[in-house]
Design a binder for this molecule. Structure first.
Ligand SMILES: Cc1ncc(COP(=O)(O)O)c(C=O)c1O
Length: 424
């Protein structure tokens, strides 16, 4: 079937991928294949599913909206789901964030954030163009977001097109002082438009965790030098780190906030970039050349907005944060049992996300361990997608203790097989 399919899959090396698995259904924490095998979705289908697959309230909201309005141009037009959603997001996020710009993926949310930051400086008449970002960062796959992200195997072919950014060393576990010093040195150059960070945990960069205190101090340095702070909460938002948004743990408010993935509970693609008033005001002018020139055809698609409104309602009416807390505890108890003697090293957790490295010689994204372990776990009905030799578990919040046990049992078995295979 796969070899005949014309589909070119994302982040997939078709020459070495034995099988593309056809999925027919999703429900709760599980996916069901077309031949009726259940798979526990331990990575929330690329980190998007929060409440579980096909949450009935979200499905119903999409169905109802589809009967009323499917799509409308969003330049010069608006619709009720977008208006209600924008107000709901403003209510949910800190006071300082007053404007909501819609787009349709995490990459576009970040791309918009970068453009807003540069547009702000240009429109207030003191153009600044330098972006500062963290070592190991990942912010998406468009040219702009790849530029802000770390350089590596993913973007080597596009390197000539990527713009230069100032890179801060990843904050050390005990102190982020070296990072803060580098930020301050960069800010002194006068040309820094914005610092962009993924708060508290770099996801695709290897599930690397850092302290809220360092983020709080970054905010202070940005304030001191008038540098905009962009928080990319595309992955960390919607409860993943244990709080609704990761920035809460540092008690800071960014000037620009990017959200996507869990914004619709994971059911439909949608993203938003929220910003503080001065950024909108800088683009508000009789001079039309100061317009914020960004759009995509599906900006604020009504179906996606309806799904996001249903998601907000679920957060209001269901004990989601309690589920998040329970998942944090369940994860903690299970990672406590992973022993270094079994090949698990650097065992760590940030909120609902657990991560660990497999002790092998070929470290990094292209480590052979990743695909082999993925295959072993899949054979036991568990979907994981290691980042090379870094493995993480990021399930939907509705996962049951038994399902989570199944994930760790598949992992233990898989790592055992991988390591004994390597030894033999
Ligand atoms: C922190 C972060 N930013 C941006 C993105 C890009 O999002 P998308 O894949 O929806 O474009 C991702 C995707 O995983 C992400 O983790």
């Amino acid at each position: 079937m796969t070899s005949k399919s014309p589909v070119w899959h994302p982040f997939t090396q078709h020459a070495t991928t034995a099988e593309i698995i056809p999925i027919a259904r999703g429900s709760g924490a599980c996916l069901e294949t077309t031949d009726e095998n259940l798979i526990v979705d331990a990575i929330s289908s690329w980190w998007v599913i929060t409440h579980g697959h096909c949450h009935p309230q979200i499905v119903e909201a999409i169905r109802e909206q589809a009967e009323r309005l499917d799509q409308v141009i969003f330049a010069g037009f608006t619709h009720e789901p977008a208006e209600r959603l924008a107000r709901g997001l403003i209510e949910l996020t800190p006071e300082h964030l007053t404007r909501v710009f819609f787009s349709d993926s995490g990459s576009t949310a970040v791309e918009v954030a970068l453009k807003m930051a540069l547009g702000y400086w240009r429109n207030i008449g003191s153009p600044r163009k330098r972006i500062v970002a963290l070592e190991h960062a990942y912010h998406g796959d468009t040219i702009g977001t790849m530029s802000a992200g770390a350089r590596g195997v993913f973007n080597a072919a596009y390197e000539p097109l990527l713009f230069d950014v100032s890179r801060l060393p990843f904050p050390a576990e005990d102190s982020g002082q070296e990072t803060l010093d580098a930020l301050e040195a960069a800010c002194r150059t006068d040309d820094v438009a914005a610092l962009i960070v993924e708060p508290l945990i770099l996801g695709a960069g290897g599930m690397l965790m850092w302290r809220p205190g360092t983020l709080a101090e970054m905010r202070q340095i940005c304030d001191q030098y008038g540098v905009l702070l962009i928080a990319d909460e595309v992955m960390t938002g919607w409860g993943r780190t244990g709080t609704m948004f990761a920035c809460e743990q540092a008690a800071i408010v960014p000037d620009i906030l990017c959200l996507s993935k869990g914004i619709t509970g994971g059911n439909l693609p949608l993203a938003v970039t929220l910003c503080a008033d001065p950024i909108f005001e800088a683009h508000y002018s009789e001079d039309r050349s100061k317009t914020f020139f960004h759009s995509s055809s599906y900006t604020a698609n009504p179906l996606a907005c309806a799904a996001a409104l249903a998601n907000l309602e679920i957060w209001r009416s269901e004990p989601v944060l309690e589920r998040v807390e329970a998942l944090c505890d369940m994860q903690e108890r299970r990672i406590a049992r992973l022993g270094t003697e079994n090949g698990f090293i650097n065992v760590r957790r940030m909120g609902t996300i657990s991560a660990f490295d497999i002790d092998v010689h070929d470290e990094g994204y292209l480590s052979e361990v990743g695909p082999v372990l993925q295959h072993e776990c899949l054979a036991r009905g568990v979907l994981l997608r290691p980042l090379g030799n870094t493995v993480y578990v990021m399930p939907p919040y509705c996962i049951t203790p038994d399902q989570l046990d199944a994930v760790y049992s598949a992992l233990n078995h898989g790592v055992d097989r991988v390591l004994s295979g390597k030894r033999s």
